[in-house]
Design a binder for this molecule. Structure first.
Ligand SMILES: [Zn+2]
Length: 484
């Protein structure tokens, strides 16, 4: 895992001008390399980081050109395509296509076979059983159409604003022999052969405090700000099992084991947000711009620091407590819709500005630093369904925090119940599904539970409730043997 950290430099105007000049050529070259890579992609189905690009004209050296291709262009295009892939998945899952067709399309998508024919059959593994499906020409055509539809709507990366990202070939990090007031020199190749410029680098405490080894990668932006990239080793923890987290409005996270974490989070955020709002209004009355007020900035800074440290603290605690191999979390878009939008304006603003990004970043870091797999799932109906018997009813949720099943009578914290439902869905291999499917799974679970001995005392009760379920459900045959 890589982490770019800004360091202190003091550059002369001349050096800054040279950097800008190199950057202009770098961006132009990136554009050319990108259009060549797209050509490759449509021909072969893949980008190539090491493609031969000798024939592409550029006023940069060959070494620079390959650096552009390797570090700047291909990784960006790769991540663009993987976003397309995710969008494809979403479209298919939310469609009303027949199950078999969905599976074939998802298979083609997972292999990136949108335009090219490679597989004869589609494989689908569900638990221990393997299924094989014929791929029809219509399905191939449909895959192509969906793929082209997404590409047409999305802007391809244009590299107009990329920073220089260099390795030792064009930007070498050297220890100074004499000068003691610098930690490193960056030997930056320019457009003139044999005339590099030297950029002094001073490391600060924050840089040292972050884990990781210097990777040799250097990032330089237009205004001459420099970042050095550290490589962080994956920490080896013994991980096992799954843990689900549900975002609550009372506490930040509820786990399926029953923990309520971050109980004071929202009230603290609210307190800060109100203070900041009040101060903002006062400043406005005095015709002072908030950004000119030190106190205003200090408060904002403290708030963002609080959000940062609290989110990190809670997620680290989750890892320390359970060491899960997989973390099941509700899709963050629903977190915005369901939780964040429920708060007053001032709090909402803070959560969107700091909270959401911080949660995303920390979950990402858990993946990178510990190798914990984070699975995002659609939370549809997870708050209304009973995690014990599966019965689904709006009335199950008595208040924001209280859940009481109208069928089996189970009482528990509403967020804990929701997180158990999220976990169940992952365990059944239903990770990506639309709203309709979520409903179908829930109903299926309920009926399955009712046919087992354990719940047989509920049959009578369930019969009356079945009519109220939000899907057309018929009584299972086994009910004829119902003792009640
Ligand atoms: Zn129940």
């Amino acid at each position: 895992m890589f982490r770019a950290i800004e360091i202190c430099t003091d550059l002369t105007e001349r050096k800054k001008a040279v950097i800008r000049d190199v950057l202009t050529s770098y961006r132009k070259t990136a554009k050319k390399v990108a259009s060549y890579q797209w050509k490759l992609f449509f021909q072969t189905g893949a980008f190539n980081r090491k493609a031969n690009i000798k024939h592409l004209q550029s006023d940069l050296s060959e070494r620079y050109k390959y650096t552009v291709q390797y570090h700047a262009v291909v990784p960006v295009l790769e991540s663009f395509i993987s976003n397309v892939q995710n969008r494809f998945k979403e479209i298919v899952l939310n469609s009303s296509l027949p199950e078999k067709r969905k599976r074939v399309l998802l298979y083609l998508n997972s292999r990136r076979e949108w335009l090219w024919i490679r597989s004869e059959k589609a494989l689908w593994i569900n638990g221990n059983t393997k299924h094989e499906y014929e791929i029809t020409p219509e399905e191939r055509l449909l895959a192509k159409k969906i793929f082209k539809h997404i590409l047409k709507r999305w802007k391809k990366p244009n590299f107009k604003k990329v920073s220089l990202l260099l390795d030792s070939k064009c930007g070498l990090l050297e220890s100074p022999k004499k000068a003691k007031h610098f930690d490193y020199w960056i030997r930056l190749s320019t457009k003139e052969k044999g005339k590099p410029i030297y950029l002094p680098v001073k490391l600060h405490e924050y840089f040292h405090s972050k884990d990781g080894e210097l990777s040799g990668l250097i990032q330089i932006s237009e205004d001459g700000r420099i970042r050095l990239v550290k490589e962080v080793a994956v920490k080896i923890l013994e991980l096992s099992g799954e843990l689900a987290l549900d975002f609550g409005m009372e506490c930040l996270f509820a786990t399926d084991r029953g923990d309520l974490l971050g109980r004071e989070f929202y009230s603290k955020v609210k307190e800060y947000a109100q203070k900041i709002d009040k101060l903002g209004r006062n400043l406005q009355r005095q015709k002072i711009k908030p950004l000119q007020s030190k106190r205003y900035q200090r408060l904002n800074h403290r708030l963002s620091e609080y959000v940062k440290s609290e989110v990190r603290r809670i997620l680290n605690r989750v890892v320390a407590l359970y060491r899960p191999a997989r973390l099941v979390v509700e899709d963050l878009r629903y977190f915005v819709k369901r939780v964040i939008n429920g708060f007053p304006k001032a709090v909402k603003r803070v959560l969107i500005r700091f909270g959401l990004g911080e949660i995303k970043r920390n979950l990402q870091e858990l993946q990178e630093e510990y190798g914990i797999e984070v699975l995002y799932v659609n939370p549809a109906y997870s708050s209304q369904a009973c995690s014990n018997c599966g019965y689904l009813d709006k009335e199950n949720r008595k208040s924001r925090n209280e859940f009481e099943c109208k069928c089996c009578g189970r009482k528990l914290h509403a967020d804990v119940n929701a997180s158990r439902n999220l976990l169940d869905r992952v365990r059944w291999g239903m990770r990506l599904y639309g709203v309709k499917e979520a409903l179908a799974i829930q109903v299926e679970k309920f009926l399955e539970n009712l046919s087992s001995e354990r719940y047989k005392c509920l049959w009578g009760k369930a019969r009356g409730l079945l009519a109220g379920m939000p899907a057309t459900v018929s009584e299972p045959e086994t009910w004829n043997k119902c003792p009640c």
